[in-house]
Design a protein around this ligand. Sequence first.
Ligand code: FAD
Length: 425
Amino acid sequence: MKLTPYWLDTATPSGDYRGHPLPERADIAIVGAGFTGLSAALEAARHGASVVVLDQHTVGWGASGRNGGMATTGLAVGLGKAIKRYGRRQAAEMFAEYNRAIDTIEELVKEHDIDCDFQRSGKLTLAMNAKQVGQMRKTQQALAELADYPVTVVDKQDIHSEIGSDFYAGGLVDPQGAGVHVGKFVHGLAGAATRVGVALCEDAQVTQLAPRPSGGHVVHTTRGVLQADQVLIATSGYTGSLTPWLRRRTIPVGSFVIVTEPLPLEIAQRILPRQRQASDNKMLTYYFRITPDNRLLFGGRARFALSSPEADIKSAEILKHAMSTVFPYLSSTRVDYTWGGLVDLTMDQMVHAGQRKGIHYSLGYSGHGVQMATYMGKQMALSMVGRPSRNLWEQLPYRAVPGHFGPPWFLPIIGGYAKVVDRFS
Ligand SMILES: Cc1cc2nc3c(=O)[nH]c(=O)nc-3n(C[C@H](O)[C@H](O)[C@H](O)COP(=O)(O)OP(=O)(O)OC[C@H]3O[C@@H](n4cnc5c(N)ncnc54)[C@H](O)[C@@H]3O)c2cc1C
């Protein structure tokens, strides 16, 4: 079993940027070479800005190379809660923004000819019980009224048309959801960015951002110092001591994934006959999909721990058991890959993007960053180069996590709470 992300193992980097010389100055310095950072870099450079992207590791090393590869519609917080919090009009706008974000991936893939198995196969959300199916019907009605947006509710008796399992009580299908090979996508974005002149520097940890009296920052890195007129923080769940204000607002939750051996075609088609991007409605959710080479990718918040080789191996055992519970006919299927990564949750499970003390930021995608990070990277770049941009999240209150100043000591408490909620629902 490999302890590396399947996505990165089966994609070819567009180049080796570990030795790329650090420029002396840039109009824009971006910290983080994931979807946010690379999509921002590409857009800003297209508008004529000189851009450098700095990553302490390599392209896609963070969540962008470790996720489920599911670009799915719907708000992380759920439509019902969003309506209660923000009202019907704003909730509908926010919902539409997630769809716009998937369109952005599709546009980038076409425009830059990125071969990354992008496929609009639809999203399947699975219900644990009849009550959740009832809630799905309400969501269906709300989406029709608010946005004239059609989704389908599948009852228990028809569930085999969507999934080869008796574990779930029903589901909601949204045809707009898409799957993408995120390893190929993130490397494709890096390649497109370098072709328009972006300087990519891997193995370059940013250690300090010192404000300049004239505006902008001196960016200190482990590979030297550079002057930048503007800075964008794109560090999602890996936000650390460089930006304590953002770290206080970020809950880095470990999420873990296993990928099986390639499956016979008839088994892959039995699991998800329509190749949907699937996830269930538990708090400790399971998510799964078929990869382009017919493996099952199965992920979840197996443990409320940070990712490490030991944590990843323990999580693989838990996930293998979970996979066999949902799909008993996979109980003797070999697992070829396992890994973990950090999801950047926020107190309100909403994206937060804006500017504070001259530093731009976009993070808090709360498990929906495949499309939203790509989209918000682009929007932040447009705003930084002075072009019209969209940022629905700018005015949302951005609350710190009480008592959170360093490592997230409170994760086991959240994990315990989630387990109790799942057991009683
Ligand atoms: C296991 C898992 C499954 C997921 N599944 C899905 C899914 O199916 N669908 C979905 O929409 N979302 C999913 N997500 C979330 C999604 O992957 C992220 O929201 C998204 O990739 C965030 O992209 P990003 O570019 O903002 O950050 P990242 O890709 O995390 O990149 C941040 C980068 O910042 C770098 N960095 C941090 N600090 C510094 C520093 N001081 N100096 C230099 N570099 C620094 C890191 O090395 C890292 O490479 C999942 C996440 C995980 C972990």
